[in-house]
Design a binder for this molecule. Structure first.
Ligand SMILES: *Cc1c(COP(=O)(O)O)cnc(C)c1O
Length: 419
């Protein structure tokens, strides 16, 4: 498979004449189509809802598009809750899946009607102190050990800070029930960026069996099961993307095998996807501004790790297309670098690409989730604009680029200093 950008060179040039690079651009049509496909995959479940993980792409325009497609939001901070509220999300469209949570945030989440998902048994007491125990409550599970699908280890929940052990979570439901809670959910996030149609079905089976055990041990009927995030995307062109329809069917099968016979056929399935909802539908667009021929061949671009941290932070692969050279042979080997004084500020290392000339426009793929959102201001670099390619082909700015005024805004009297 090859990765094809959703904008052409001519389109990019027209956009750049209005909005200089670097910028992130999102594809509204593809975002909507993907969201509809997710809902189709889970249409067998009456109460299904996707709570989009705001942290992946915290932009109000994106959140409103997803809201029109029936999604809620998943938050884990005050700002994310506030953004959700401002975008019109209401009870029961907001999930608060936080950890290490300040009491004020529990209080605010409760005030705006978010469903609170407790990360730890000690948070029952914290929540009670903050705002009392709400009628609807969810608990986060961590089975420990390694999470495998057949013989492949997918992730290591035993090392993860999240969730409660099995004895703790059963005890938590008993306590919550005794304190007046009436509607209960289970949540777990056991593996990240899985490119496998087996992740959700395997996780679902674990959580469905847990729901049956909770019913027996704590005399609590689970109303919803939140499979959380973790359904991934293929960042490299050689991988096959997940098939959400196959995934939905896999969960359906486990549901019919485990929950229905236990009298739990009314359970609603929730998801909390971030990456799967947005990553492929965003590009970071940047211009080649320098070439350097030393011990290696370098192409310097006008974006840097501040605009996309994943390569620097995790050594993550992001595919790169040189616009207008989609069909040219990849007969050059480059490091594609940003300008930070950090040698890990490289979008690609030893990447085979067509010959790059100064002024060429590069599309860095799959930046729609955990891209702009992870941005920072190291070296005094400013965050880029975010643009939206609308369904009618027009382009709207949905967040302007930062200015130095933004950068210095938290310093009192900065502009008064005499220079
Ligand atoms: C990050 C996160 C998600 C979304 O994860 P993706 O990998 O983007 O799908 C969902 N739920 C919680 C609690 C998270 O922390």
């Amino acid at each position: 498979m090859t990765k094809k950008p959703f904008i052409t060179k001519a389109q990019a040039e027209e956009i750049i004449s209005r909005f200089p690079t670097p910028f992130h651009i999102y594809d509204e049509k593809a975002i909507r189509e993907n969201a509809r496909k997710l809902y189709q995959a889970f249409s067998w479940n009456k109460g299904f809802r996707e709570y989009f993980a705001v942290k992946a792409t915290p932009n109000p325009t994106i959140l409103k598009i997803l809201r029109q497609e029936g999604c809620g939001t998943d938050c884990s901070s005050y700002s994310e809750l506030l953004m959700s509220k401002k975008c019109g999300f209401k009870n029961p469209e907001i999930m608060f899946s936080s950890n290490d949570t300040p009491l004020e945030e529990f209080r605010y989440a409760n005030e705006i009607g978010a469903i609170i998902n407790l990360d730890d048994i000690t948070h029952i007491e914290a929540l009670e102190k903050a705002c009392g125990i709400p009628e609807t409550i969810c608990c986060r599970y961590n089975p420990g050990g390694k999470f495998s699908i057949s013989t492949t280890i997918m992730d290591n929940p035993g090392d993860a800070k999240y969730g409660m052990t099995k004895p703790q979570i059963i005890e938590a439901y008993r306590i919550l029930k005794s304190k007046g809670a009436k509607k209960f959910g289970i949540h777990a996030f056991l593996a990240s960026n899985t490119v496998s149609n087996e992740y959700y079905p395997t996780l679902a089976k674990i959580l469905f069996e847990l729901a049956v055990e909770i019913k027996k041990e704590a005399d609590v009927d689970i109303s919803f099961i939140n499979l959380s995030g973790g359904v991934g995307v293929p960042y490299t062109p050689d991988k096959e993307p997940n098939d959400i329809l196959v995934i939905g069917e896999g969960v359906h099968k486990a549901f019919d095998e485990i929950l229905v016979p236990a009298g739990l056929g009314d359970v609603s399935i929730y998801t909390e996807l971030g990456r799967f909802m947005l990553a492929p539908y965003g590009h970071l667009v940047t211009t080649a501004i320098h070439e350097k021929h030393t011990h290696k061949e370098y192409i310097g671009v006008d974006a840097c790790a501040v605009n996309l941290m994943r390569p620097a932070m995790y050594g993550a692969y992001h595919h790169i297309t040189v616009l207008g050279k989609e069909d040219a042979p990849c007969d050059h080997t480059y490091d594609i670098t940003g300008s930070l004084c950090e040698n890990n500020d490289k979008f690609a290392i030893d990447r085979k690409l067509p010959e790059i000339e100064m002024g060429d426009i590069l599309v860095i793929h799959d930046t729609g989730a955990h891209g702009f959102a992870m941005g920072y201001n190291y070296n005094g670099k400013l965050k880029s604009a975010e643009l939206l390619l609308r369904e009618d082909g027009s382009v709207t700015e949905i967040r302007r680029a930062e200015t130095v005024e933004d950068y210095f805004a938290t310093l009192d009297n900065f502009w008064d200093v005499i220079d």
